[in-house]
Design a protein around this ligand. Sequence first.
Ligand code: NAP
Length: 492
Amino acid sequence: MTTPTDPGAADGRHLRFAVIGAGMAGILSAIKLLEAGLDDFCVYEKADRPGGTWRENTYPGIACDVPSHLYSYSFELNPEWSHLFSPGQEILAYFERVVAHHDLDRFIRYGDEVVRCDYADGRWHLETASGHTDVVDVVIAATGVLHHPRHPDIEGIDTFGGAMFHSARWDHDVPIAGKRVGVIGTGSTAVQIVAAIVGEAGHVSMFQRTAQWIMPQLNPPYSDDDKASFRADPSKMTQMHDNLSQLFEDGFANAVVDADSPQIKLIEQACLDNLESNVRDAELRELLRPNYRAACKRLVISGDFYDAIQQPNAELVTSPIERIELGGVRTTERLHELDVLVLATGFRVDAFMRPIEVTGRHGVTLEKVWAHRPSAYLSISIPDFPNLFMLNGPNGPVGNFSLIEVAELQFAYIMQLVDRLRSNGCREISATHGALDEWETAREEAAKKTVWVTGCRSWYLDDRGIPAAWPWRFTKFRDDMATPNPDHYELI
Ligand code: NAP
C-alpha cells in the first residue's frame, strides 16, 4: 500500500470525515487529519468537554497506572507532569491543553450524540440525537472501550436509602467526610478510591468478591529542576517516552501473552512480596491473597492500597453480598450500615460504538453482525462496513500498556487505507470476511497461551471465556500496523 499520507494523494478525491468521540483517540484523529491536510471533518462528542474517560471518571484517587511520560501523545510530550504517575485531573487538563493548542474546538460538535450511521450510495449518513445530519466519506470510531458503566445485578439495589453511584459517575455533591462509605469491587478503580478516601471517611467497607494481586508502585514527583530540563531539552522526554515504552512492552505487554514467560514470574513474585511484606495481620493477609495467577485479571498497581485497608476505619468484607437494603449492604454475615455506596463494578466492555445504530452495505446492521460478540479485522475494520475504521476496537491490545501508543499506531495504519481512497485507488475499503475469520481463528489459538486463561474471571474474557484482547507480543502489533495487506481488504 502507499506510505502514510502519500502526498501524491493530495490532489485526488476530496474526503469528508466524521470522528466519533473527543477522547484521547478522537483528539489524536483530529490532529493527524489536519497534519495530513484533511480539514473537512467533524468530531462528534456527546458531552460538553473533551477528554473521554478522564472527563467521565472523576472519583477520588483517580490516576493512570501507566507512567505519564508514556501516557502522552508521542508528538505532544509534556514537561509539566507532576509525578511519574500523574493524577486524573492533570491528565484531563493535558488533553484540554492539546485541544486548545491545535485549535480543535472549531471541529468539535459538543453536546450532540451520534445515534445513527447508515452507509448508502457510497457514503455514511449520520444522524445525531438533536436531529442534526451529516454525510461523510469516512467514519473514524473513537468511542473508547471502558465507557459504559456496569451496574451489579444485586437484589434490592434500588432500595438503598443513602447516596449511591457508579465510580464513573462520582457525585461530588455527596460528602464523604466522616461518612460510612461502602465500595463494591476490588479492581483498579476500587483500590484507588479506597486509598484516597480512607483518610477522610468515617468508615470504609470494601466489599470483595475476588481478591486481587497488587503490584507495588512508587510515585515520585518530578522536581522543578526535572521539569526545567525537560523544557530545555525535549529530546530527554522523547528518550524517557521510548524507554518506558520498551520497559512496558518487555515487562507487561509481552509477559501477559505468555503465561510461562520469565517476566510473568517476576510479576508474580513482586505481587507476592508486596502482599507478604506489607500486610501485617495474618488473617487479613489470607483474605487478600488471590487463588489465581498474578496478571490473570488486569493487574492492579498501587503503592498505598495495602496501607489503606489496614487503617482502623477500613474493613475488608469478604462474606458474600446477599442484598442491598435501605440501611446498607447485607452480607451472609450481617448488615453493613452505610451512608454512601460506591459501585466500582467496572464496565460493559463489548459495546464499543453501540448503542449507535450502524448499518453497513446491503442493510446489514452492526447489532446483527455483533449479536454474539464484537469483532473487527485487526480490531480496525469490519467486513461490509466500508470506510469505517475503529481505534481501540474489539480484541486489540488493552492491558497494562499505553492505549495512546496503540491508537497512534492504528491511526497511522488507517491513514494508509485513507490514502487509497484519496488517490482514487478505490472508493470503498473494508476487511474481507476471509481475513477476519482467519485472524479470529489465529487470535483464539494464540490466546490459549496467555495468562488471562489461567483460571480467573475478568473483563478480558468474552462470553466463551476467550480473551477479547491482543494475544501476541507487541512487536507483532507494530509489524501488523506497519502496512496494510491489500489482499485482506475488499477494495471496490
Ligand atoms: P473491574 O476491573 O472490572 O473490577 C470490577 C470489580 O467489581 C471487580 O472486583 C468485581 O469482582 C466487582 N464486581 C462486579 N460485580 C459485582 C457484584 N455483583 N458483586 C460484587 N462485586 C462485583 O473494573 P474497574 O476497577 O473499574 O477497572 C476496569 C479497568 O479500567 C481496569 O482493569 C483498567 O483497565 C482500567 N482502569 C485503569 C486505571 C489506571 O490507573 N490506568 C484505573 C482504573 C481503571 P470480581 O473480580 O469478582 O469479578
